[in-house]
Design a protein. Structure first.
Length: 265
């Protein structure tokens, strides 16, 4: 685990809470490119996992689904009925490949935080959710300009029929919210939850390890047991958060695509 690695490397006799060093990864090998790190490798690995799973599910579909096809169809119906259809309506099927890919890729990336050896949520590095959010937002703007026209797309964001003085306040707020705050929060929501969750899990797992094995005392044993129990409970809770964050990211992507296809006001 990253936190235990930090502890072993410290060489000190006092408990040290894990910090942001948990998210710093050197290149995989000496002299290698700075970008080739553990998160990058497992980000690609996660994408391959999603591709392989759904290839196994749908490469040779049968009328009566069995095995992996059952799992794939359940996943497809969940994304279609709970994420895509409420926002996209008749355009749902057209955008299902994108939304399926986003949801399951992010979910797999998040689950990596509780997988032995990996034990790191890929989305806790801001670059990964930022790239996905920018990609989704470029699609939104492209669709808006294509379907509404370059002039109407920008004017449709502003409600009609308001008093003139209101527009001096409303226009900059609306454009700031639409073009800056929305994509920023789309990425940061996922990043912040995965970052904080990993830090908390690392802290309590380190508490359990330290007081049970490094500094075993009568009092420390009780603290260590509490650390282990809290780690188990938080891991279960984190699994729920990981799913919800993937769901929310994909849901917002569907909402942004819909707003590109149709005017907000």
């Amino acid at each position: 685990m990253n936190a235990l690695t930090v502890l072993a490397a410290s060489g000190e006799g006092e408990f040290q809470a894990p910090g942001t060093e948990l998210f710093d990864f050197p290149p995989l090998f000496a002299g290698g490119p700075a970008w080739l790190t553990k998160p990058v490798v497992f980000a690609v690995f996660g994408a391959l996992v999603v591709c392989v799973v759904f290839w196994m599910a749908f490469a040779k579909p049968k009328l009566v689904p069995r095995g992996m096809q059952n799992i794939g169809e359940v996943g497809y119906m969940f994304v279609r009925d709970e994420i895509a259809r409420p926002f996209l309506g008749r355009n749902t099927e057209r955008w299902m490949p994108l939304l399926m890919s986003l949801f399951f890729l992010i979910w797999v990336w998040n689950i990596f935080s509780v997988i032995p050896i990996i034990q790191f949520p890929i989305a806790s590095h801001i670059a990964f959710p930022a790239v996905l959010a920018i990609f989704v937002y470029c699609i939104k703007v492209y669709l808006g300009i294509k379907h509404q026209g370059p002039v109407k797309y920008f004017t449709n964001m502003i409600p009609k029929g308001l008093p003139l003085p209101v527009y001096f306040l409303l226009v900059p707020i609306e454009y700031l919210s639409t073009f800056i705050i929305a994509p920023f929060t789309h990425a940061v929501r996922l990043f912040a939850n995965m970052f904080a969750g990993h830090m908390i899990l690392a802290f309590f797992s380190l508490v359990g390890f330290w007081f049970l094995f490094e500094k075993p005392t009568a009092l420390g044993f009780g603290v260590g047991i509490i650390g282990v129990l809290v780690t188990i409970l938080l891991t279960v809770f984190e699994l729920l958060i990981q799913f919800l964050q993937a769901f929310l990211f994909a849901m917002l992507a569907a909402m942004y695509i819909q707003s590109g296809l149709h005017a907000d006001h």
